[in-house]
Design a protein around this ligand. Structure first.
Ligand SMILES: [Zn+2]
Length: 446
């Protein structure tokens, strides 16, 4: 089976000219992007329609984005000729995709959660540009980018036989990085005896992932890293304010709307330190995910996890101006905890080490694993004591056992990967009332 795998390398430009050329290419992409997005906005405002497609078509009078770029490059902005046309052109492709999704939402009248493409601010966008096998080459430990030249890659490649397909070059934390995507062949071997495990994910300290065999995996210790990041955040807030106050001799037209400012050099310096602190936190979490998932995958073949809509769960409780939400502060604190507990990271890391199946999360923590009785009073914080049969266990281990049982069908819930869909049957409830299972047709005696 062919799969795509991304590898992150540090990219050493090797000379000031190449470094400048990388910044220039990213800048050209941003410039052309803003030009196109602005043009499409104007067209849409004037005519209520805009030609956002990359290719020109016969039935639309305005040329496509690719053709418009060529005209720009040849006549209006000749400085663009110093950068790879292929790279800058291909960086426009998300415009078409985003607009298509946006208009589809408009047509179908679904809840609008998509925006049309946004303008990229000079100080708020990470300089980056896309590459692929036509605009770049990979040979050994070097990367060739059109109009920039050969540069050295630092980092290890776990897929030496992989075929380079595409990637992104990004300026992060004050350094250049290359994210290369390889097409890799994977051998899928089915194990003879399948060992299954249920995993309950949590936000409590020391038990971020609890297995059905009773193993508890605590999270990474990020206290110092978080403190460092927050210190830089405070520092940045101060610096931005200081700069704004110094604008006494500001002349020219008063800026409209949000104040537009150019950050000071001290602000930019702290910003890079802040980005490094963020990256350290991110890497620590990822490292934890890989360690824990490796420990799980070395013992088991199939993992059952709850299908959690993390984005939906961590939505802000703020509400609207007319209808303000309740408990906004405590919800935002919970959201932060959920996001910090790296659920998504763990699932991602598990996903390519073993088979991950999803289970409907309803009642996993309220069901008794022994008798199947569902009662929310059974659970008291971290302890579980069944109100029906008196079975006592750790609440998270009980939940993990339930996830495993719901997943492999031992609890009579249909079993297997439900894809997160509700199974419409509370386990144990019908059996308790002496009713036949809903799935088996009741035979009438004639
Ligand atoms: Zn019980």
């Amino acid at each position: 089976m062919k799969v795509h795998r991304a590898v992150r390398y540090r990219l050493h430009p090797g000379s000031a000219r190449k470094n400048q050329q990388l910044h220039g290419t990213a800048g050209a992409c941003r410039f052309v992007w803003n030009h196109m997005v602005g043009k499409l906005r104007d067209e849409y405002e004037a005519w209520g329609i805009c030609n956002f497609s990359y290719m020109s078509t016969k039935n639309v009078p305005t040329p496509g984005l690719g053709r418009t770029f060529t005209i720009l490059r040849r006549h209006s902005y000749k400085w663009l000729q110093g950068y790879s046309a292929y790279i800058v052109k291909s960086s426009l492709q998300p415009i078409e995709r985003t607009y298509k999704a946006f208009f589809k939402d408009l047509e179908t009248g679904r809840k609008l959660n998509r925006k049309p493409p946004q303008l990229h601010g000079r100080w708020t966008t990470t300089p980056s540009f896309p590459i692929n096998y036509e605009s770049a080459k990979v040979s050994g430990e070097s990367l060739y980018v059109q109009k920039v030249g050969w540069m050295k890659l630092a980092g290890s490649n776990p897929y030496p036989d992989g075929e380079f397909k595409s990637g992104t070059v990004k300026y992060e934390c004050g350094n250049w990085y290359a994210y290369l995507v390889y097409e890799v062949d994977t051998q899928v071997s089915l194990p003879h005896s399948i060992k299954e495990v249920g995993i309950d994910r949590n936000i409590a300290e020391g038990r971020l992932a609890v297995l059905s065999d009773g193993t508890k995996h605590g999270g990474p210790d990020l206290k110092r890293k978080v403190a460092k990041r927050k210190r830089y955040e405070r520092s940045m807030a101060r610096k931005r304010e200081v700069w704004w106050k110094n604008q006494k001799n500001f002349c020219g037209p008063k800026p409209q709307g949000r104040p537009r400012y150019q950050p000071s050099n001290r602000y930019l310096r702290t910003q890079i330190r802040h980005q490094r602190a963020c990256a350290a936190e991110r890497f620590a979490r990822k490292n934890w995910g890989h360690h824990v998932s490796k420990a799980i995958a070395s013992e088991y073949d199939v993992a059952y996890v709850e299908k959690l809509n993390i984005r939906g769960m961590t939505k802000s409780a703020k509400g609207t101006k007319e209808k303000p939400g309740r408990h906004v502060k405590s919800k935002s604190g919970l959201n932060r905890k959920v996001l910090a507990s790296a659920w998504g990271t763990l699932e991602l890391c598990l996903n390519y080490k073993m088979e991950v199946r999803h289970v409907d999360p309803a009642y996993t923590s309220q069901t008794c694993h022994q008798c199947g009785h569902v009662d929310k009073d059974s659970r008291k914080q971290t302890d579980f004591k069944c109100t029906a049969c008196g079975h006592a266990d750790d609440a998270d281990v009980n939940a993990a056992l339930n996830i495993l049982a719901f997943g492999n069908g031992a609890a009579g819930r249909g079993g297997g990967d439900t894809g997160g869909k509700s199974c419409h049957s509370r386990p144990g409830k019908r059996q308790e009332m002496g009713l036949p299972d809903r799935r088996e047709p009741v035979k009438l005696s004639t």
